[in-house]
Design a protein around this ligand. Structure first.
Ligand SMILES: [Ca+2]
Ligand SMILES: [Ca+2]
Length: 327
C-alpha cells in the first residue's frame, strides 16, 4: 500500500514515545529504591535470624555491682541458675565446636564489668606479683598500633594486652579473684535467652562494639559500620552494647582468656552443673572476639583458643569471683 508523506513515522516522535514510556519506569525504580534501601538497612540492623525458634527475650535484670578493694575493679553479679550454652544445630553461622547447645546450671558469681586495664595490671606489676606485658620473651610497651601503650597515662584505661594465660591467671589471683570458667563467661555475655550478641539480636552498630570496622581494612572487616577505633578502645566505651548483667566489651575490643582448656567436642560431654572444661589440654579458650575480628567472631558463642604461653596485642582478660567465696 502506498503511504502518504504524513503516514511516514516521524523518528523524533518515536524517541519521545520511548522516553515517555521509560519515564514512569524510571520513576517507579527510583521510588522503589527510595523505599527499599532504608527499609533494608532498618531490617538489617534490627532483625537477625533468631538462633532458636523458642527464643524469648529475658526480662530486664537489675544490675548489681561491687568494687574490688584490691584493684578498684567494678564487678557485676550473675545470679545462680540455668542458661543455654552453645549454638543450635541449625545455626549455619556456628562452628561444630559450638554445638550442641546444652543447658548448664551455674552457681552465682561476680564478673569484672570490663576487661582488666593497663593501670590495674600495673598495680600487680608494681607489687612484684605480675610480670610486665611480654610476648615471646620480650617486654611490650606498645600495642599493635599505639607506639607507647603500657605505662603511658593516656592509655591507663585501655585493656592490658600482651598477657599470656598464666599472666592473666596470676593477676586474678593477686586481685583475690580467678579467671571465669568458659560457661561463666558465656552466661555473663548472653544471659538466659540465647542471644547472638551481648546487646541482643540486633545487628552490629558502631555504637555497640569495637570490632574490625570499615577503617580496619581487613578482607573480613564489617564495613557497614565505623566504631571509632582500629586498635583497642578504653575499657567500657560502649555501654549501649553491655550484656544483660551489665558487663562491657563482652563482644570485641580484646579477646579474653578463660580458665578452661579447649576441647573441640567438650559440649557433647560437658557436665550440666558448673562445668570447668576438660581435665587436661594444650590450648586455653579465648572468648568474645576483638577489634581485629569481623561480626562473625564477636558472637556470644564463638570459641577460639591459643597455647597458654602465647601473648598478642588483641588478647586480654577479665576476672571472676564465686559468690560463695564472699561468704
Ligand atoms: Ca574498631
Ligand atoms: Ca572483650
Amino acid at each position: 500500500m502506498k503511504t502518504s508523506p504524513t503516514d511516514t513515522p516521524n523518528p523524533d516522535m518515536g524517541k519521545k514515545t520511548l522516553i515517555g514510556r521509560l519515564t514512569p519506569i524510571m520513576l517507579f525504580v527510583l521510588i522503589f529504591l527510595a523505599i527499599f534501601i532504608p527499609l533494608n538497612t532498618y531490617f538489617h540492623f534490627n532483625y537477625l535470624k533468631l538462633p532458636d525458634p523458642d527464643y524469648k527475650p529475658m526480662q530486664a535484670v537489675t544490675i548489681q555491682t561491687q568494687v574490688s578493694a584490691q584493684d578498684q575493679m567494678e564487678m557485676v553479679f550473675v545470679p545462680a541458675g540455668k542458661f543455654m550454652m552453645g549454638s543450635q544445630p541449625d545455626d549455619d553461622e556456628a562452628y561444630a565446636s559450638e554445638k550442641p547447645a546444652h543447658e548448664v546450671y551455674l552457681d552465682a558469681f561476680w564478673i569484672d564489668r570490663s576487661e582488666v586495664t593497663n593501670a590495674q595490671y600495673a598495680l600487680c606489676v608494681s607489687s612484684g606479683e605480675c610480670k610486665p606485658p611480654t610476648a615471646f620473651g620480650v617486654e611490650k610497651k606498645n600495642s599493635n598500633t599505639y607506639s607507647w601503650y603500657y605505662g603511658n597515662p593516656e592509655y591507663d584505661h585501655f585493656p592490658v594486652v600482651y598477657v599470656d594465660w598464666e599472666a592473666a591467671e596470676n593477676y586474678c589471683e593477686w586481685a583475690g579473684r580467678r579467671l571465669p570458667t568458659e560457661a561463666e563467661w558465656e552466661k555473663a555475655a548472653r544471659g538466659t535467652d540465647q542471644r547472638w550478641y551481648p546487646w541482643g539480636n540486633k545487628n552490629v552498630r558502631g555504637s555497640l562494639v569495637n570490632l574490625a570496622d570499615r577503617g580496619t581494612g581487613h578482607a573480613y572487616s564489617y564495613n557497614l559500620v565505623e566504631d571509632g577505633y582500629n586498635d583497642t578502645s578504653p575499657a567500657g566505651s560502649y555501654p549501649e552494647g553491655a550484656s544483660p548483667y551489665g558487663a562491657y566489651d563482652m563482644a570485641g575490643n580484646v579477646w579474653e582468656w578463660v580458665s578452661d582448656w579447649y576441647g573441640r567436642t567438650y559440649y557433647s560431654a560437658s557436665p550440666s552443673e558448673n562445668p570447668n572444661g576438660p581435665e587436661t589440654g594444650t590450648l586455653k579458650v579465648l572468648r568474645g572476639g576483638s577489634y581485629n575480628n569481623g561480626n562473625w567472631a564477636i558472637r556470644t558463642t564463638t570459641r577460639s583458643y591459643l597455647g597458654p604461653l602465647y601473648a598478642y596485642g588483641y588478647v586480654g582478660f577479665r576476672c571472676a569471683l564465686s559468690e560463695s567465696d564472699l561468704q
